[in-house]
Design a protein around this ligand. Structure first.
Ligand code: NAD
Ligand code: IPM
Ligand code: MN
Length: 349
């Protein structure tokens, strides 16, 4: 049998609720195969910080890094909770994992499944993937402020874009476009961010020369948000920096039926570190503990996880079970558990 060592980080808020359903589906997807999932649970997040004062210790990080993959629910407390100000769960835990485990590809597929109610009147076919850079850009925390508390305070946040970092994610995006519909859109803001935008544009042009069959275009990020709403069918692979990718993928989630369906993978394509799979959404404190969260995003993240591990058939079965469930959805509300059970049952049928 093949043993997969899986680190599970349920996290905060709806994180544990959606992860419980994702794990059920994972078990059903590998049942009857020779794959054995060997799980370790890590209690990390806002709740753990409030209890112990720890965010992510070196020991936690080393233990997680020893796994084959990571499944994460969501971390973070109520935005603005003063008790969490110093912890900075987002930087100290989530981004620390992405940076330390070199998740330079943040893969965020968007697909509008038939019969899913979305906000667009005439959406057409939507099926694109955002390849969001995951380790650089304005997320690096290379900033600072001076003269705090005076009228002359200065606060800076630097966007770091290295040739190495941009090239590797751009190459990944081109390879993905080759396997899809051979279309790649670079999204940036080169008209204003001339240095950061310049290196992205140059590297995309260079790598494009090696992929003559991929049609390449460029959009400024503001215009990209227009087309994501007016003509989302024009996109196949979008490659963009860490911050633009964050913003575009919440919008992409919204136009494809809601954030409760949006899955993601934080990928280390080199395999030096475990990749991490998580829904795009957060811990949703407003609906936590009420069984109102849609676990589909977490379940589709399991499909991305299986695919990443080379368990292609199991991944496809999960996606198909989700598609079938979505096609059957009525307007009757279901609990988080009911949705998870329904998808699990389809896998067992
Ligand atoms: P959020 O994604 O948690 O919630 C935004 C809105 O979407 C809320 O109204 C919420 O109820 C709804 N929503 C989210 N997931 C849903 C689901 N599965 N089903 C139904 N509705 C869903 O974003 P936020 O409110 O900005 O952030 C809350 C906390 O989560 C913050 O602490 C934030 O930093 C954190 N966060 C964590 C992650 C992560 O762990 N990857 C991602 C985003 C935000
Ligand atoms: C996401 C989240 C994170 C991000 C936050 C919580 C740090 O919004 O995964 O999209 O900005 O990447
Ligand atoms: Mn986000």
């Amino acid at each position: 049998s093949r043993v997969v060592k899986l680190a599970v980080i349920p996290g905060d808020g709806i994180g544990p609720e959606v992860v419980a359903e994702a794990e059920k589906v994972l078990d059903a997807a590998v049942a009857g195969t020779d794959v054995v999932i060997d799980r370790t649970r890590f209690a990390l997040g806002a709740a753990r910080y409030l209890e112990t004062g720890d965010t992510l210790t070196d020991d936690d990080l080393a233990a997680i890094a020893g796994h084959d993959a990571i499944l994460l629910g969501a971390v973070g407390g109520v935005p603005g909770d003063p008790r969490l100000r110093d912890a900075n769960i987002e930087r100290g835990l989530l981004l620390k994992l992405r940076f330390e485990l070199d998740h330079y590809v943040n893969l965020r597929p968007s697909k509008l499944y038939p019969s899913v109610p979305g906000p667009l009147a005439d959406p057409g076919e939507i099926d694109f993937v955002v390849v969001r850079e995951g380790t650089e850009g304005p997320y690096v925390g290379n900033g600072g402020s001076i003269r705090r508390g005076t009228p002359h305070e200065v606060a800076n946040e630097t966007s770091v874009n290295t040739a190495f970092g941009v090239e590797r994610v751009v190459r990944y995006a081109f390879d993905l476009a080759e396997r899809r519909r051979q279309k790649l859109t670079l999204v940036h803001k080169t008209n204003v961010l001339v240095h950061a935008g310049g290196i992205w544009k140059r590297i995309v042009d260079e790598v494009a020369a090696e992929h003559p069959d991929v049609a390449v275009d460029y959009l400024h990020v503001d215009a990209a948000t227009i087309f994501l709403v007016t003509n989302p069918g024009r996109f196949d692979v979008i490659v963009t920096d860490n911050l633009f990718g964050d913003i575009l993928t919440d919008l992409a989630g919204a136009v494809t039926g809601g954030i409760g369906l949006a899955a993601s993978g934080n990928i280390n394509p080199d395999g030096a570190f475990p990749s991490m799979f998580e829904p795009v959404h957060g811990s949703a404190p407003d609906i936590a503990g009420q069984q109102k969260a849609d676990p589909t995003a977490a379940i589709l993240s399991v499909s991305l996880l299986l695919d990443h591990l080379g368990l292609t058939e199991a991944a496809r079965r999960v996606t198909r079970a989700v598609e079938a469930d979505i096609a059957d959805r009525s307007s009757d509300p279901r609990t988080t558990t009911q949705i998870g059970d329904a998808i699990t049952a389809r896998l067992q049928a």
